[in-house]
Write a new protein. Structure first.
Length: 546
């Protein structure tokens, strides 16, 4: 093994790259499928101003065909009366197309509850998991007039077998609360919080007046029984539940929220909670659903500021999507429908960030119009208003994402759409697959750190090991040495050469501690020389984190 440490600073070369389009790193989109009434195999009828996609909930494999399915809100649908609301169950195939669908509303899908005009049934959705042991996930939907929840027990075809109405005046809500406090609040499934084998909910109450006063906001953890009734609750606010952040009047804490996952491995979930308009919190819960740690996320600084060079972040939805690349850091999707690009056009965005156990973000990949593997997005569709991790549709081991674009107007004004995104789960890229998988890394590069990569030269006699970093990928260019996977004619960020004796060459590259490099994309490839001849390796597509 040959080990060579490179202490020389390559800052001028690294800084030569301006912020570009990240489209090949872990979390970037390899392909996508749009679903609306003219795309993706969906044959349902959507109406103008229905906002299809406002909220999304992954149901698991409802119909038993081996592919996860999706619930989609259509909360301004007029079935039975103006704005009574509806939702759709979409049965997906492995490509993200809709193979079948079922509408649930006042007049369709077996729902027998009573909805009033303006109820906006389904405005927020959450999948609870299997409450009753029939092998299918239950679904909870909000409704107004006054605010309430409906727990829907579904059949395999997406119709409703039975429903349970949950009122916020139920005895479980102690101290007493008022339906109005839940206006426009978020909702998410938090799994089994109390160990009884039954899924539970977190609800946002953005008009709660705890603490400094009017519309400060709060959260409620709602524990359920197997029949969907309320078992008990835990409130989290400025004055209860262990929250230590400073909230202000009209902050609307809980307007948007999501489950990040168990970042620190203690067996309890973390919550991402947003208020209005720019403040976001990351809450670490303990076994009693109290807040153990409170972290305010500065969405105007740090890594999000680096990403924000391409737009604006606010009103953020969070959802954990697991460790896509197996590097020990959890990936979290942050959906920001108000994202604005450099030209001032509102396109919306999703950022796939890698998070440390303490809740800090290591790196992020922006998915937006012409960024992160997406093509151009229509303006003003609020891409990112709804988001849900679907599970693995295509069997490649990576979680797919469903993203709402509620003001999409392909076939009519604000009818809405849902995008199915297939993110990339590995930094390794190998084009047609003919190059040896010889190039690996210990971890992705970070500011001020040492980035270590290894090139396996064991198939060669003594020779040279070369590593080249570029600002652009390449594919389909075949040379006698193999397929060239980086654009050597583009900005050359660095190159390194080591002698080898037929073993493994280890490259250690110092990364300058310059904030201007944060979220820089690198495309690197190796070359081994020596008998029987020079051979190109796979490529690594990485992002500089911090």
């Amino acid at each position: 093994m040959v080990v060579r440490r490179f202490a020389r600073s390559f800052l001028p070369y690294w800084l030569a790259l301006s912020a570009g389009t990240v489209h090949a790193q872990v979390g970037a989109v390899t392909r996508s499928q749009k679903i609306n009434d003219v795309s993706g195999g969906f044959t349902g009828v959507l109406s103008d101003d229905g906002y299809f996609g406002w909220s999304l909930a992954a149901l698991g494999d409802l119909n038993g065909d081996g592919v996860p399915d999706l619930a989609v809100s259509n909360h301004q649908d007029d079935d039975g009366g103006p704005d009574r609301g509806a939702l759709w169950i979409l049965f997906l195939d492995a490509t993200g197309h809709v193979s079948a669908s079922q509408k649930i509303s006042q007049t369709q899908g077996g729902f027998a509850g009573a909805l009033s005009d303006g109820a906006l049934f389904g405005r927020e959705l959450a999948a609870l998991g299997d409450l009753d042991g029939d092998g299918r996930s239950e679904l909870v939907a909000t409704a107004g007039g006054p605010n309430r929840l409906w727990v829907l027990f579904l059949n395999a075809d997406g119709t409703v077998r039975s429903q349970r109405e949950l009122l916020f005046s139920a005895p479980a809500f102690q101290p007493p609360t008022f339906p109005r406090t839940f206006n426009d609040g978020g909702m998410a499934s938090v799994g089994d919080t109390d160990g009884d084998g039954i899924g539970d909910l977190v609800l946002g109450a953005p008009l709660d007046d705890d603490g400094p006063g009017f519309d400060v906001g709060a959260l409620w953890i709602l524990r359920l029984n197997a029949d969907g009734s309320a078992k008990s609750t835990q409130k989290i606010s400025q004055t209860e539940g262990g929250f230590t952040g400073a909230l202000t009047v009209e902050e609307h804490f809980g307007e948007r929220l999501g489950v990040v996952g168990d970042l620190d491995g203690d067996g309890n979930v973390e919550l991402g909670v947003a208020g209005d308009p720019f403040q976001t919190w990351l809450l670490f819960l303990d076994a009693n659903e109290h807040v153990r740690e409170t972290h305010e996320i500065d969405i105007g600084g740090g890594l999000l500021r680096a990403l924000g060079r391409l737009g604006v972040f606010y009103n953020t939805d969070w959802t954990g999507i697991g460790d896509l690349d197996g590097d020990g850091f959890a990936e979290v999707a942050l959906a920001t429908p108000g994202h604005r690009n450099a030209q001032g056009i509102y396109t919306g965005a999703v950022t796939v960030g890698s998070f440390r156990a303490d809740g800090t973000m290591l790196k992020g990949v922006l998915l937006s119009s012409d960024h992160g593997g997406l093509g151009p997005l229509p303006a003003d569709t609020y891409f990112g208003r709804g988001i849900a991790p679907l599970g693995d549709l295509d069997g490649d081991g990576t979680t797919e994402l469903a993203v709402g674009a509620v003001a999409d107007s392909d076939a009519g004004s604000d009818r809405g759409a849902v995008w199915i995104l297939f993110p990339r789960g590995s930094a390794v890229r190998n084009g047609a697959g003919g190059n040896p998988l010889a190039l690996t890394q210990l971890a992705e590069p970070t500011l001020g750190g040492t980035w270590t990569t290894t090139l396996d030269c064991s198939a060669h006699a003594s020779g040279l090991a070369l590593l080249l970093g570029s600002d652009r990928p390449l594919a389909g260019v075949f040379l006698p040495q193999g397929e060239l996977l980086i654009d050597s004619s583009a900005v050359r960020l660095f190159h390194s050469i080591l002698p080898h004796t037929g073993g493994t060459a280890t490259f250690q590259q110092a990364v300058p501690n310059s904030f201007g490099l944060l979220n820089l994309q690198l495309f690197v490839q190796g070359l081994s020389t020596g008998a029987p001849g020079a051979r190109l390796s796979n490529a690594l597509d990485v992002v500089v984190g911090y």
